[in-house]
Design a protein around this ligand. Sequence first.
Ligand SMILES: Nc1ncnc2c1ncn2[C@@H]1O[C@H](COP(=O)(O)OP(=O)(O)OP(=O)(O)O)[C@@H](O)[C@H]1O
Ligand SMILES: Nc1ncnc2c1ncn2[C@@H]1O[C@H](COP(=O)(O)OP(=O)(O)OP(=O)(O)O)[C@@H](O)[C@H]1O
Ligand SMILES: [Mg+2]
Ligand SMILES: [Mg+2]
Lengths: 257, 257
Amino acid sequence: MKTIAVANQKGGCAKTTTAINLAAGIAMQDKRVLLVDLDPQGHACLGLGIDPNRIPTSIYDVLMDKDMSMSNVIVHSKISGLDLIPSNFKLGTAELDLRATAGREMILSKKLGLLGQHYDYCIIDCAPALSLLMLNILIASDEVIITVQAHYYALESLKRMLGTLHVARKQFGPCNVRALGLLLTLVEEGTVLCRQVQQQLREFFGSLVFETVIHRSVRLAESPSAGEPVLTYAPKDKGAVEYRAMAREVIERIARL
Amino acid sequence: MKTIAVANQKGGCAKTTTAINLAAGIAMQDKRVLLVDLDPQGHACLGLGIDPNRIPTSIYDVLMDKDMSMSNVIVHSKISGLDLIPSNFKLGTAELDLRATAGREMILSKKLGLLGQHYDYCIIDCAPALSLLMLNILIASDEVIITVQAHYYALESLKRMLGTLHVARKQFGPCNVRALGLLLTLVEEGTVLCRQVQQQLREFFGSLVFETVIHRSVRLAESPSAGEPVLTYAPKDKGAVEYRAMAREVIERIARL
Ligand SMILES: Nc1ncnc2c1ncn2[C@@H]1O[C@H](COP(=O)(O)OP(=O)(O)OP(=O)(O)O)[C@@H](O)[C@H]1O
Ligand SMILES: Nc1ncnc2c1ncn2[C@@H]1O[C@H](COP(=O)(O)OP(=O)(O)OP(=O)(O)O)[C@@H](O)[C@H]1O
Ligand SMILES: [Mg+2]
Ligand SMILES: [Mg+2]
């Protein structure tokens, strides 16, 4: 199983939208995919039509209770081949609740490791924060996709995010996480700002920047209210075309590693 | 001094953009304003042209060191009447560092209280999280402005945010924080989604929703790279007009309380 986190401390740069559509895009290529929601907002659940306030158990219980496994909380989505580990507001206290647990940064990695070969890919949707939970994610992941809005604040947060990957690899033995790529999201073709930021990113980071670029599209903002990825909500929309291309590019990049 | 937090757990809904332009808008009406950056990303600093990596001391030192006061770390901005309490990445560990401190949820309120009547308004820019730091902010604030992007995920997070205000008031004696209003941000007039969400908000929350609505405007995304609020970067732009109107509406709402 290949574990890929979709992360960025910057809020609102389409982490959840990317995690859902990437997971669905890979599942639609006949792979078995597990999407793990590690944001207390529970938006990856909402985006797949699952109400985070009605789930009996969640990722919080798996992290806190040593007898609870991932398979105890799995929910099947409407997309064949795509399962979900849900989260809800309880995850908000995990940071303080886990502080006294031995090996607290390894819990997620251990629990995912027990899933064995049930899934080909595991995609993790992250909250906009650099925290103990994020450390758990970086140790549990093989790769990280960093979503970057083509704006000024996002560039600043990107430097911090790449620095965090480096520190996590150096300080924690079992952490081998790599940046699989930087994905440009919410791009508006017509603005000088977007063109300048894109150019700066490609000049500075070269092939680390995905070829696929995700443009603003209102269908992407509408699809969560229908409880489905844009890939099934509006399959001919530009957003769906771009996320299908992105899923293919991710599979190719991993094959080339 | 009136303390107003700009908050929402949802990432990317223009908290920082609103905090900077509201603080500048009020300062430009001959009031003395202090902007406090309580996000480890340090974006309120960046948006005013101050490099968070070059500040010697920050809000983190004020929270952690009982001999350090707010006035020790104040930085003057280029806008007359507007001062800033900077933050940087160190704030990211405040959650775990403060856990063993007695009265940990009252620290911010106590330190702001020592500023006395130096300022007419204090505006706080919040990180996208419901945490111990957020609890500190809610106890220290008189009012909260919740920025809401007119999208589906934002509506869900709004319910959670309003619930948190209610819990904080009930559980912590010294907390009297109220929602001053809900500010619609990043609005795109042409889409059905934005119109529907706006309509739902006004029907459900009535006059709690600000009259002023902030539309998408590329100048608002450009102004942080110039290190200044849109009010001085592009004073005739629609974004500047709307944030000036917002500052007036905030002062009026507070006067009516
Ligand atoms: N390409 C796009 N075009 C238009 N809207 C988009 C696009 N991608 C995402 N959105 C919308 O923008 C908002 C932000 O996206 P999303 O919630 O996925 O970001 P996030 O990084 O997960 O946010 P958070 O930091 O709160 O977790 C959402 O309302 C989403 O529906
Ligand atoms: N009205 C607007 N029109 C266009 N762009 C905007 C507008 N408001 C904010 N932006 C841009 O959108 C992005 C998100 O805004 P901002 O960073 O202020 O949100 P935030 O809620 O503070 O995010 P975070 O959750 O990361 O703290 C920024 O790049 C900002 O420049
Ligand atoms: Mg998200
Ligand atoms: Mg911000």
